[in-house]
Design a protein around this ligand. Structure first.
Ligand code: GLV
Ligand code: MN
Ligand code: MN
Length: 433
């Protein structure tokens, strides 16, 4: 039992989350009416957050969080891809540190809590421990991972993936964004220049890693639970698919002569949806979230389409079955329509299993504070998926209203966040002692 009890300064943390949300590439925050009454006026600020990695907003957000970390007396190290380690030195600094953290990049049109609760909540957990005079034996590090979101390079968890040695420097340097710009150019412009080989961390580098995150699903709120204790993280895969047809004049090109790339892509999208539904298992999900049409003119038959697909399952072999069915469907569509369909697999990762010892520490902390919880699977991916390659991990979920995430109306209440930070602080204290 941690004595005296750490107490979370939730008002300050909420204000920091709001400030961070205001650092966005998107237009200024607007007010929306909340589905549940959360303020006296039943209106909440719903900032539209867009913070793509290495954008100006990403760099300003990093600066804001680093300032807060410095104010808390943490020392800061940035690696060659911009992963940022903010360290509270323990009394035995040579021991592997205990780490927490998440990401502050955000997909286009996102909300204020995805990733940020794990970063600013992690910082508040450290400050709460500092306030009660806790002295860690192991150092405690807050990690801000680079590009958990796949928006720029099409691949999720860039920073943690490289940290886990899952993506080599050569593979990382071959990545391109949609404007053809590569990691080298973009990281250098952002001020990150070291040798990319040094990003990978050795097994055992961390004594343990605990990530706090919003659930991004509806179960905790629906079941009236305070917290989720994550036992597994589902296996994600993504692909870029290029459909090459034949363009031409939308008025003059006769229908029997057409090889319309978008019409073929539409069939492909439906084939993917059907393949995911065919498993009959709720854990299989598939999405086409990007569809770029060339040349993109109303009076021009589409000659080329780029799709980006996201396919996940708690069972990697079942997910791979969906990928295989999609390829079979693509062959048939391509030959019937006279188009070419090319696949580029971006990633197909195995699921991760959380560490039983850290899960037990989280469970005990939850019980000490009197919170209700359940063990659950994360269907979203997180940096923990890749930290698990070199350190024992666990995750703490807090509810989010309506299960909404990756939208501006994403919302987690101060009470939910305070509970998550409280349990995180207690868990870090046990692991660092
Ligand atoms: C993370 O943002 C995910 O897409 O699961
Ligand atoms: Mn996200
Ligand atoms: Mn996230």
């Amino acid at each position: 039992m941690l004595e005296p009890t750490p107490s979370v300064e939730i008002r300050g943390l909420m204000a920091e989350l709001e400030t961070l949300a205001s650092i966005s590439e998107a237009a200024a925050p607007s007010k929306i009416t909340a589905p549940h009454k959360v303020t006296a006026s039943s209106e909440i600020i719903a900032p539209v957050v867009t913070r793509v990695v290495f954008s100006n907003a990403d760099l300003r957000a990093r600066a804001y969080v680093k300032d807060l970390c410095q104010a808390a007396g943490l020392s800061i190290r940035e690696d060659a891809v911009g992963n940022t380690f903010c360290r509270w030195a323990g009394s035995e600094p040579g021991l592997p540190a205990v780490a927490t953290g998440s990401h502050i990049d955000a997909i286009p049109n996102a909300g204020a809590y995805d990733g940020t609760v794990g970063v600013l909540g992690g910082l508040e957990a450290i400050r709460a421990l500092q306030r009660v005079g806790f002295q860690p034996r192991r150092s405690i590090e807050l990690v801000i991972f680079t590009a958990e979101e796949p928006t720029r390079f099409g691949i999720g968890c860039l920073g943690s993936r490289m940290m886990g040695g899952v993506l080599s420097p050569e593979q990382a340097l071959a990545l391109r964004d949609r404007d053809g710009r590569g990691l080298e150019e973009l990281r250098t412009a952002a001020g990150f220049t070291g040798n990319l080989k040094t990003v990978a961390l050795a097994s055992g580098h961390f004594h343990g890693f605990v990530e706090l995150h919003i659930e991004q699903g509806p179960l905790l709120e629906r079941e009236g639970l305070d917290l989720g204790i994550v036992t597994h993280i589902a296996a994600p895969a993504s692909m870029r698919i290029a459909v090459e047809g034949e363009g031409g004049h939308a008025g003059a090109m006769l229908m029997p002569d057409r090889h319309d790339a978008l019409a073929a892509a539409a069939e492909l999208i439906l084939a993917l949806e059907a393949a995911a539904k065919t498993t009959g298992v709720i854990d299989t999900v598939a999405t086409v979230g990007v569809c770029e049409v060339f040349p993109g003119a109303v009076n021009s038959v589409p000659s080329r389409v780029l799709l980006e697909t996201d396919i996940r399952d708690t069972d990697a072999s079942r997910r791979d079955g969906v990928l295989a069915s999609l390829r079979v469907a693509a062959e048939e569509i391509a030959s019937r329509r006279g188009v070419r369909i090319g696949f580029k697999l971006i990633n197909a990762d195995p699921p991760a299993t959380c560490d039983t010892g850290i899960l037990q520490a989280v469970q005990s902390a939850t019980e000490q504070s009197g919170y209700t919880s359940k063990r659950m699977v994360s269907r979203a991916y997180h940096d923990s998926l890749f930290v698990a390659r070199f350190a024992p991990v666990a995750m703490i979920f807090i509810p989010c209203r309506g299960g909404v995430s990756h939208r501006p109306d994403e919302y987690a209440s101060p009470e939910w966040i305070a509970a998550g930070v409280d349990v995180l602080a207690r868990t870090l204290a046990v692991l660092a002692s």
